[in-house]
Write a protein that binds this ligand. Structure first.
Ligand code: KG4
Ligand code: ZN
Length: 369
């Protein structure tokens, strides 16, 4: 089963070919097979994974401009899909099904992928599946690592989302907690913008933080104990909040700018701020994820989404994994940030479950998982 995945939810036009083979010998003459697979013994194989980033276009504006993003998706989508087919050594007729991100995301961006995927599925007469972008991030863990011990707690942490899910069975996700305001990646991007560092802020702060003192500034942390007013049925203890931290950084920066009478803070202050900000964010993400894992008796932890590319988060999660004897799985960086291989993987799950889209599939900006 060869699936073409298409992802256009934000500022990356992406296409990928992922294969799910029914043949997965558990042992060969030389030993066991290391290829990733799921518990049904099927092997996932990424044949191609093409991403055209628009970051150079949006950098000039300090963030993603939705109208520019959708126009660029229109320009790039055909070439990106053709490249994914060529890289994967496949032609259109080899594609067995098409999986496309339906939401959440920027509606104008999503529409480009959805319209393209519908047209291709119709022309090829192949099944189509509409994928939730967050399911894609979650499945990037299985795509990279194969079957992991269940139940698992998965943290999806990106520019738009910071959510914890319980996975009791492969392909089924229960929301345990989420941010009540900003996503962690959004906090990174806003702090970087405030410091005049450029866009996207995550990788820049990650790099600068390595040169700074991470205890230079003590930032407030937020632990929520009350239920979310917008979702009172859910226990709120595994929720996140990053807007208070963002405001504290804003106040600190404004105060120092006034004190020094400068626009741009000196480099030594910037690196200390980056290091201590990053420490606070990473501590919060790790504490809450491990607490949720303990509470739900998880056998493993997964961390996915753009912010899982963060060097401190990766290092500390793996160190804590060793101390607490719970395995932690994080996909490779090219599967952490937005890509279409993860969408194809989540699409394969839906195909296996028979959840197909119909011709009236539409983009959904705030699709829930
Ligand atoms: O998953 P993603 O590519 O797109 C969304 O679905 O949002 O995540 C993008 C986010 C951005 O906020 C970016 O600043 C952040 O991931 N990011 C990082 C790092 N690399 C990307 N944040 C912290 N450290 C990084 N190394
Ligand atoms: Zn994403």
């Amino acid at each position: 089963m060869l699936v073409l995945g298409i992802e256009t939810s934000c500022d990356e036009t992406a296409a990928a070919l992922v294969e799910w083979s029914a043949f997965a010998p558990h042992a060969t003459l030389t030993g066991s097979v290391s290829a990733p697979g799921d518990s049904a013994g099927r092997v996932w194989n990424t044949r191609s994974n093409v991403v055209a980033s628009q970051v150079d276009i949006h950098r000039e504006w300090g963030g993603v401009v939705p109208e520019l993003a959708s126009r660029q998706h229109v320009r790039d989508i055909c070439g990106v899909v053709e490249r994914a087919l060529a890289d994967g050594g496949a032609g259109w007729n080899d594609v067995d099904a098409i999986a496309v991100t339906q939401g959440p995301g920027l509606v104008g961006s999503l529409l480009v992928g959805v319209a393209f995927a519908k047209a291709a599925a119709w022309a090829l007469d192949r099944p189509l599946v509409g994928v939730n972008h967050l399911a894609g991030h979650i499945e990037s863990i299985w795509l990279e690592h194969g079957s992991i011990a269940l139940p698992a707690v998965v943290l999806v942490v990106s520019g738009g989302h910071t959510s914890l899910y319980l996975v009791q069975r492969e392909g089924e996700y229960t929301l345990l907690g989420r941010t009540r305001d900003d996503a962690a990646g959004e906090a990174y991007d806003k702090v970087a913008k405030l410091l005049g560092l450029g866009y996207p802020g995550g990788p820049i702060i990650d790099r600068l933080a390595r040169e700074g003192n991470d205890v230079a500034i003590r930032w407030p942390g937020t632990r929520l104990t009350n239920p979310d007013r917008n979702a009172p049925e859910r226990d709120g203890r595994f929720d996140f909040s990053f807007s208070g931290l963002k405001t504290a950084v804003l106040r600190h920066v404004r105060h120092r700018q006034a004190e020094l009478g400068v626009e741009q803070l000196p480099q030594n202050e910037i690196v200390d701020l980056a290091a201590s900000f990053q420490r606070r964010v990473v501590e919060t993400l790790i504490d809450r994820t491990f607490a949720a894992a303990r509470w739900h008796g998880a056998q493993s932890i997964g961390i996915a989404g753009g912010v899982s590319a963060n060097s401190r988060l990766r290092k500390e999660a793996l160190a804590k994994s060793g101390r607490s004897e719970i395995p932690v799985y994080i996909p490779d960086i090219k599967l952490s940030t937005d890509n279409a291989a993860m969408i194809a993987a989540a699409g394969l799950r839906q195909l296996a479950a028979g959840r197909l889209a119909t011709a009236d599939l539409n983009a959904a900006a705030s699709l829930q998982l």
